[in-house]
Design a protein around this ligand. Structure first.
Ligand code: P6P
Length: 331
């Protein structure tokens, strides 16, 4: 952070953004504030996980059929408890809950919002002290929806905000509220997220790709063709096994992240509503591209279920174009 810049906390940034909307009464800002508090609490629990013996699996599967980690449950409860108290929240949907949680179902009054999240993305990295994160997406609650939960099934282009928290060597909060993408780092000495970068722009190109090459034998032919091309073109491979860590690296350094269809996951593995959509909003608002397939923006996909999965290709515009070109060659 430049020493000639004023110290701007995340809370002050949220209020600064609110000032651009004269009609705003603060309910949206309070939701962002709840996410900031949740991030601080989760960061502390992640740091202390081994000391407090909360690593490892719970011994149950979540709705995704994945082994639930103890910290998945803890992080999920922290978010449910902080968001549940915010007046502006109508519905919360989590990777860890099969059904959405209807917090408020009134049909009149102040605007309300839906908050969707993956509470601890990449949690299998926890046991080996790898990067993990929280991903969130905020939609306006649609009171006209036939059922309250149907209000969630909006395309990603309708998001009013999206962001993630990366629990790494430092705790980083990345947020977009419709225009630019801004980055904050937690200063544990004062317990505040300080703004360190404004209006991040993703590099147009960078010879780096990120995907699980262990699945290569079952990728569609176009992805195989891309990997052959990239390896002949001097590309590096980087893969953290946690979407937040991989996407954050690409946001700052450039490159392309992919989760193609595989035999095990024919629709891709990552979830549209609370992984692909928020990351697509961030990447596009930073000048990148985010596709479910060639010619299909992630943000245009019309969701049919809150846990539906999607393939994805996202990152530097030139690098996404290289992938699309190889997929087109394969026909
Ligand atoms: P694979 C973590 O489980 C996750 O949901 C994402 O964070 C990550 O990008 C992906 O799955 C990793 O999946 O199949 O490569 O282990």
């Amino acid at each position: 952070m430049r020493t000639d810049e004023p110290i701007m906390t995340l809370q002050a940034h949220i209020l600064e953004q609110q000032a651009h909307y004269p009609e705003a009464v603060g309910t949206f800002s309070w939701i962002l504030s709840a996410l900031s508090i949740s991030a601080k609490v989760i960061a502390d629990k992640v740091r202390r996980a081994r000391l407090e013996n909360v690593l490892g699996a719970v011994g149950a599967e979540n709705v995704q059929g994945e082994q639930q980690q103890k910290l998945d449950v803890i992080a999920n409860e922290v978010l449910l408890r902080t968001l549940g108290r915010r007046e502006g929240v109508a519905i919360v949907a989590s990777e860890e809950n099969e059904e959405p949680v209807i917090i408020r179902n009134d049909t009149q009054g102040e605007r309300r919002y839906c908050v969707l999240f993956d509470p601890l993305d990449g949690s299998s990295n926890l046991d080996v002290c790898g990067g993990v994160g929280t991903i969130f997406s905020i939609l306006r609650h649609d009171r006209r929806a036939a059922r309250p939960q149907d209000s969630l099934l909006q395309p990603g282009s309708q998001q009013v905000a999206a962001g993630y928290v990366l629990y790494g060597p430092s705790t980083v909060f990345v947020l977009t509220i419709g225009q630019g993408v801004d980055m904050f780092v937690l200063d544990p000495a004062i317990g505040a997220f300080l703004r360190v970068e404004r209006n991040i722009r993703i590099p147009a190109a960078s010879k780096s790709y990120s995907l699980n090459e262990g699945n290569r034998p079952t990728f569609p032919e176009g992805y195989q063709r891309y990997l052959d091309w990239a390896q002949k073109s001097g590309y590096s491979a980087r893969y953290a096994g946690a979407m937040v860590a991989d996407v954050h690296r690409i946001l700052l350094k450039g490159g392309v992240f992919m989760y193609p269809p595989t035999r095990k996951a024919p629709d891709g593995k990552l979830r549209l509503m609370y992984e692909a959509n928020p990351m697509a909003m961030i990447v596009e608002n930073a000048g990148g591209k985010a596709l479910a397939a060639p010619g299909q923006r992630i943000l245009d996909v019309r969701p049919e279920g809150i846990h539906q999965r999607t393939p994805l290709i996202l990152g530097s515009p030139d690098e996404v174009d290289h992938v699309v070109a190889r997929l087109a060659e394969a026909g």
